[in-house]
Design a protein around this ligand. Structure first.
Ligand code: CA
Length: 358
């Protein structure tokens, strides 16, 4: 009996060992099916298609172990419901922009776009090499979120105007659709800032309900048809000199992933960060030519004095916003310090180079 029992045990152990050897990774490789919500309309070039590209990349990098189903704004949650849905774990991740969450924590605004702040190159420098991402993670942690930069619009356009801007006083009484910090700056200049959803802007501009609107840049503005409703197309987008888009991940879900899948997410986000910016740069250039050559759009630059005045008002606005929370003050001070530190270099490198090549 003893011998029989011993043989049985040995056989069982052998069988278990054989199974383990023939399929060593079966139990370790758990698979995941995640959902991602975005703030973008279905099919929106670069932004929605960028989120879909990110999901494909993660699936490829993870060998199919982490699949992400992407839902456009409104398909699963409202476009501006992304932050809460990911924070609460309704979905695992989202694609949006941090300035939409100023009401949750004023510090969020510094991680998207600061008027007269960093351009795309500067934001990436701050994020990856200047402590920006660490501060962003710290800001989002209380909301159970992990942020990653995932795309940048590059310098946006100043907007479409039916009235010329020759002096700063031309903003007095001007009705303009311009959200966020830029809107707060223009309010200080005497503008009436109007909030409108994307679908309402064109008609409001055409009917004179508003005198001006900003949107993104040539590619997206061309799609909106604004050239048919406004006379002048102003640059530069001082209010959004390089808007950073975000990937947000539910912190608990992220931390529960094996390290290699966390890295698949991080790497795919970083790759999309580069891809989205380069798509914007390439396609804005093309669309600008169409606007100017085909639709005879009148391009205008804001006068230098106007930009200088707006810059002063932007500094005031940022100080006021920084006073709204402890974290906002911390982020603002860190942002300013880092900007000053790298600007000295930018002044004799990028700036001079652009001047030379005209
Ligand atoms: Ca914009």
């Amino acid at each position: 009996m003893k011998r029989r029992s011993f043989l049985q045990k040995t056989a069982l152990a052998g069988a278990a060992a054989a199974t383990t050897l023939s399929a060593p990774n079966v139990w370790a490789k758990k698979t995941y099916l995640w959902r991602m919500v975005t703030s973008w309309p279905p099919g929106l070039p670069i932004l929605q298609t960028g989120a879909e590209r990110f999901a494909r990349r993660v699936e490829e990098l993870s060998g199919g172990r982490l699949r992400i189903q992407v839902y456009a704004g409104g398909e699963l949650v409202p476009p501006l419901g992304v932050f809460d849905a990911v924070s609460q774990g309704t979905v695992e991740c989202g694609s949006s922009a941090a300035y939409y969450w100023a009401g949750r924590e004023p510090a969020c605004q510094w991680f998207a776009a600061v008027p007269f702040g960093f351009n795309a190159q500067g934001i990436n420098t701050w994020m990856y090499s200047g402590g920006g991402l660490k501060l962003w993670e710290e800001t989002y942690a209380p909301f159970n979120l992990v942020p990653r930069p995932m795309g940048n619009t590059g310098v946006q356009m100043g907007g479409w105007f039916n009235k010329e801007i020759n002096t700063t006083s031309d903003f007095k009484g001007l009705k303009m659709r311009i959200p966020g910090l830029g809107g707060k700056v223009l309010s200080k200049a005497g503008a009436t800032v109007v909030l409108l959803a994307g679908g309402e802007i064109y008609t409001s501009l055409e009917r004179g309900v508003i005198d001006a609107t900003e949107w993104v840049g040539p590619l997206h503005d061309l799609r909106m048809g604004f050239y048919q409703a406004a006379k002048y197309y102003y640059y530069p987008g001082w209010h959004e000199p390089g808007t950073c888009m975000e990937l947000t991940i539910n912190k608990k879900k992220y931390e529960a992933l094996p390290r290699e899948l966390q890295m698949a997410i991080d790497f795919a986000a970083a790759e999309c960060n580069t891809w989205i910016l380069s798509e914007f740069e390439a396609k804005n250039g093309e669309a600008l030519q169409t606007l100017v050559n085909k639709y005879k759009v009148q391009l205008k630059c804001f006068p230098k004095k106007v930009l200088q005045d707006l810059r002063k008002l932007a500094e005031e606005t940022l100080e006021e916003e920084a006073n709204k929370s402890k974290q906002a003050r911390k982020v603002h001070e860190a942002f300013k310090t880092f900007k000053k530190k790298v600007e000295a270099w930018g002044t004799i490198s990028e700036r001079v180079y652009y001047d030379v090549i005209g």
